[in-house]
Design a protein around this ligand. Structure first.
Ligand SMILES: *Cc1c(COP(=O)(O)O)cnc(C)c1O
Length: 422
């Protein structure tokens, strides 16, 4: 630990929030080197929807490695890639009446966002990307330009251009439909807002504080994009792969994005894998025009295929996620109501946020929770929201234990926080 503090860059972050050396993990439990068992409600920021070292997925990886099959092949064709595309296409896309082409990008979410932005600029010949207040799309310059957080934006060190921010659903309170404003400025020839290449949106803002967009709002945004001749892009990096209860987070709204951006839990095993799903008419790339060394890593494709095979061939898993999401929500709402609703609970499926309103309370709660054996992170504009992203595969008892720890930690934080809250 001292070596890390001395040698790893000052930029390190999660190792500060959760100070321990984590040596092993299985499902929703992580073991520290000094023998502590910790429940994980962070799940690699949503990269571990199927838990740590999911043994139903691991076997496919182990077999693949043992057979000396091609691990790295740039974007050459391999059986692993073929099988992934066929499986994803039949099990996920065709089942939902969706038709998309696959573009494997560099391995991070930000890589995929850059590709989506670049493609929509190429398709439309326009530059501006409409994104939303509190949105988060990654750290590279194009992605951060479309992200709201001032701390991250400032760290870029150059002027960020190409994105125009519009109010997300609910930003101006429940009385105002912010889609009306967007529609107005895009249809008004003198609004000062340039015609956009794309509208880029998260259906639930993960980093932004678990802000949930309504079905009607998402439908309006899709219609507005169409009328404006802009591509409608859903960033499903964190909320996709079942997090909100269905495979894609936008299914409940019955919209069909022009580009879907996927990463985080796509590989099913915490391996880096990102892709765009592109409607065929917008696949305007020329061969090799956007490239990269690590696109569609075969090992990650193998686990991604296994995850779909194991969990998505029928809707049992999806229903279970929705049921567990209800359990979580009821429990968190009960906690909030104990404090006369000074706190707000938001979310969909198994992505939930407990808005402490004050960053001090969220910080103390997360810190105390970790001392008691729970990893739970914060999000929101000033990190005032405690964010619950347990593995979708978590069992009922572990889920309850984690929620119990959260409640104790919150209760103690409130007693000890000197700021008067109530
Ligand atoms: C994590 C995340 C990204 C960025 O992904 P990286 O792999 O960290 O580059 C983009 N959008 C959303 C919604 C995310 O949650």
């Amino acid at each position: 630990m001292q070596a890390l503090e001395a040698l790893e860059s000052n930029v390190r972050s999660y190792s500060r929030s959760f100070p321990a050396i984590f040596s092993r993990a299985r499902g929703s439990i992580m073991l520290t080197e000094d023998g502590r068992k910790v429940i994980d409600f962070l799940s690699g920021a949503g990269a571990l929807n199927y838990g740590h070292n999911n043994h139903r997925i691991k076997a496919a990886l182990a077999d693949y490695l043992a057979s000396d099959a091609v691990v790295h092949g740039l974007d050459m064709a391999t059986p692993a890639k073929l099988e992934f595309i066929e499986t994803f296409n039949s099990v996920i896309l065709q089942e939902r009446d969706l038709q998309y082409r696959f573009q494997f990008t560099g391995p991070t979410g930000a890589n995929a966002i850059e590709a989506a932005i670049k493609l929509s600029r190429k398709v439309t010949g326009r530059q501006s990307i409409i994104s939303f207040t509190h949105g988060y799309h990654g750290m590279s310059l194009g992605a951060i330009a479309a992200s709201g957080n001032r701390f991250y934006r400032t760290a870029s060190g150059v002027s960020l251009s190409g994105a125009t921010f519009m109010p997300y659903d609910g930003y101006l309170g429940s009385e105002v439909d912010t889609a009306d404003y967007l529609r107005k400025v895009l249809t008004d020839e003198s609004s000062g807002i340039d015609s956009p290449a794309a509208i880029l949106v998260e259906t639930v803002q993960g980093e932004g504080g678990i802000n949930v967009a309504r079905k009607e709002w998402l439908q309006s945004i899709q219609a507005i994009a169409k009328n404006a001749g802009a591509l409608f892009i859903v960033d499903d990096i964190q909320m996709g792969c079942g997090r909100t209860g269905e495979f894609f987070s936008f299914e409940f709204a019955a919209v069909s994005p022009d580009i879907i951006v996927m990463s985080k839990s796509l590989s099913g095993y915490g391996l880096p894998l990102s892709m765009l799903l592109i409607k065929e008419e917008f696949d305007a790339w020329r061969p090799g025009e956007h490239t990269g060394t690590f696109r569609g890593n075969n090992l990650a494709l193998v686990s991604a295929t296994a995850a779909i095979d194991v969990y998505w061939r029928d809707d049992t898993f999806s229903q279970e996620v929705q049921r567990m999401g209800q359990v979580m929500r009821r429990r968190l709402e009960a906690v909030a109501s104990e404090y006369r609703n000074s706190f707000a609970v938001r979310g969909r499926g198994m992505a939930l946020g407990f808005d402490c309103q004050m960053p001090e309370i969220a910080e103390a709660t997360s810190r105390k929770a970790f001392e008691k054996g729970l990893i739970v992170e914060r999000c929101g504009p000033v990190d005032q929201v405690v964010k619950f992203l347990p593995a979708l595969t978590i069992d009922f008892d572990t889920l309850n234990q984690g929620l119990e720890i959260f409640e104790e930690a919150l209760c103690q934080s409130l007693k000890e926080t000197t700021v008067a809250v109530m």
